[in-house]
Design a protein around this ligand. Structure first.
Ligand code: G6P
Length: 452
């Protein structure tokens, strides 16, 4: 039995099934993994979903990490809950991504998928109820598991339950698109928690406004802006494999300036408008020709969804167009990497003169916090108002409206031209702010508040 439990869709480890039947464990990084390391492994349990064939096979063979329990959920139920509801409905609502003349459509198919979402949440609630010690603290993560707090409260009224939303929260107008009964179920699920956490005040107030019609509940709404662990990040960024990638990038870039971005190929990250801004910069400011390279890591995400596949293709196509339009035999203006290559991303961080982070809407965006910590010669941050990180970093960043391509192009020019002393000072302050609440503190602060 555990006294501290974490629940999330994606866990800290995943298994890859080899052709020869072998299982290879891959450990993930990220804020939650470092956060939970603040608690001893004996007292904690991380409940997550078995995501693919490899994970399912590991569950069947009884293979696993201590302190991690993977839930095997029927593949059709999982697909409907994860792709059909979490990523196609809740993600779209919270990020305001719908193309409203056509979407969303809440029909019988949607209601069937919602039942799967409910069942998938229930599987988590039941596992947590079975594993939690009396009075244990349970920290539920993200929009995949919005119903868990209410379901778990009904099963185990003795528990202390927290929920943390890593995305933005939809504005009331957006949330009202949901059918009334479903919206009420969603809010009641969340309000089953004692404590509801968000990365920014803006997302927390959006939730409070949305929940107001449900009346005053038991939940405290709090803001915990996740930051980065400078020592851990710097040591990762100086591993030999990163040094190798850096050497290769240096060869490609030469003595040109770099504009760096790193994202999942995610609709909300606004990669296309970022590329359009770079194109406009090269058009309006020809003095940058052959003097700058845009290093864009856009690693594929959620490729089961057609709209994500199309977006990934559009990103590669636009990068190619820009290279065809401006490139010369000696200069490729955009270098895109569409692989999940963390060492390359870290190498790009180290080389960054300018970081471009321009999401239309984003819960936090840790890239905006990581680059200033790792960049070697100080980097100017072009940051959109849509990023959660905007709230903390705006004073030392060049801030832009994510929809305004011309403004973004001008900000790139200003960033590239920033005097070195100014750039260094800003980078120092950005790094200090970015590391103000590192993952372990972020996690323990929530745990302390939940227990008090
Ligand atoms: C966002 C969500 C996380 C999610 C991550 C990657 O950051 O808040 O919960 O794990 O995206 O998305 P994926 O669908 O691959 O887990």
């Amino acid at each position: 039995m555990a006294t501290v439990l974490v629940a999330s869709n994606r866990g800290p480890v995943s298994y890859v099934l080899g052709d020869d039947g072998s299982l290879d464990a891959r450990r993930g990084g990220g804020g939650l993994v470092s956060g939970l390391s603040a608690v001893s492994a004996q007292e904690s349990l991380w409940v997550c979903a078995a995501l693919g064939e490899g994970d399912r096979e590991a569950v069947r063979r009884g293979i696993g990490e201590p302190g991690v329990r993977m839930l095997e959920i029927a593949p059709e139920v999982y697909a409907d809950a994860y792709n059909g509801i979490a990523n196609s409905v809740l993600w779209f609502l919270h990020h305001h991504l719908y193309d409203v003349p056509r979407e969303p459509v809440f029909d019988a198919g949607f209601r069937r998928r919602w039942e799967s979402y409910r069942a998938y949440n229930r599987a988590f609630a039941e596992a947590l109820a079975a594993e939690a010690d009396h009075g244990a603290a349970v920290l539920v993560q993200d929009y995949h598991l919005a119903l868990v707090p209410g379901q778990l409260r009904a099963l185990r009224p003795d528990l202390r339950i927290a929920h943390f939303t890593h995305t933005p929260w939809a504005s009331p107008a957006y949330l009202r698109m949901l059918p009334d009964d479903i919206r009420e179920e969603l809010l009641a699920g969340m309000l089953g928690a004692d404590q509801l956490g968000f990365h920014t005040r803006e997302w927390a107030s959006a939730f409070t406004e949305c929940a107001a019609p449900a009346g005053p509940g038991r939940s405290r709404v709090e803001v915990y802006p996740l930051g980065v662990d400078a020592d851990e990040l710097r040591s990762l960024a100086h591993r030999p494999e990163v040094d190798e990638k850096l050497a290769r990038l240096r060869d490609e870039v030469g003595d040109r300036r770099t504009i760096v971005r790193v994202d999942r190929t995610e609709l909300s990250k606004n990669i296309l408008r970022g590329l359009l801004a770079y194109r406009e910069l090269l058009t309006t400011r020809p003095e940058w020709h052959d003097r700058v390279v845009h290093l864009a890591s856009a690693y594929p995400s959620r490729q089961d969804l057609a709209v994500y596949r199309a977006y990934t293709t559009a990103v590669s196509d636009l990068a190619e167009e820009i290279n065809a339009e401006f490139g010369t035999p000696d200069w490729q203006p955009v270098l895109v990497s569409v692989q999940d290559d963390f060492p390359r991303s870290l190498a790009a961080y180290r080389l960054a003169d300018v970081a471009l982070v321009n999401p239309v809407r984003d819960g936090m965006n840790l890239v905006a916090k990581e680059i200033p910590v790792v960049s070697e010669s100080g980097c100017a941050l072009v940051l959109s108002t849509g990023a959660g990180a905007y709230d903390e970093l705006k004073d030392d960043a060049l801030t832009v409206n994510p929809f305004d391509v011309s403004q973004t192009a001008e900000a790139l020019h200003t960033a590239l031209s920033m005097p070195p002393a100014d750039r260094t000072d800003r980078t120092k302050r950005l790094a200090a702010t970015a590391t103000a609440l590192p993952p372990q503190r972020w996690f323990l602060n929530q745990l302390d508040a939940l227990r008090s």
